[in-house]
Design a protein around this ligand. Sequence first.
Ligand SMILES: [Zn+2]
Ligand SMILES: [Zn+2]
Length: 142
Amino acid sequence: MSVPNTLQCLCGTVELSMRGAPAARANCHCRSCRDFYGTSVWSATAWAADQVTISRGSVSAFKHPAKRLTRHFCTVCGETMFGTNRLGMRVLPNSLVARACGGELPDALKPTMHLFYRHRLLDVQDALPKYLDGWDGPTAAL
Ligand SMILES: [Zn+2]
Ligand SMILES: [Zn+2]
């Protein structure tokens, strides 16, 4: 399965176009992502800002009240199209990718690690490294 060139929100108003490959692919268990995206695990890919463009429609933005995070969402259906992290990268939810790919993630976009596993709500049984904090810190024993 190949990486899609475009992603659409649930109602079809907004379309994103991507080019190239993401810089990082992860399942993030941190409290900021949990609160900000409203999910126990934020499973996503991070791209340089100029690799992801809005090719149809427009999005509204919500800035986190305390953190350097912004969520960009469709104003019609409310779906999050991407977040912007503190590095200015655009972070795309894997749920959008899976919908564009018949319910699966292409291998090239599958997560390669768990981040902030120390703060998890859900235990995960898989072979991926589970960094207790950021990617440059210690990992949990499998
Ligand atoms: Zn929409
Ligand atoms: Zn996070």
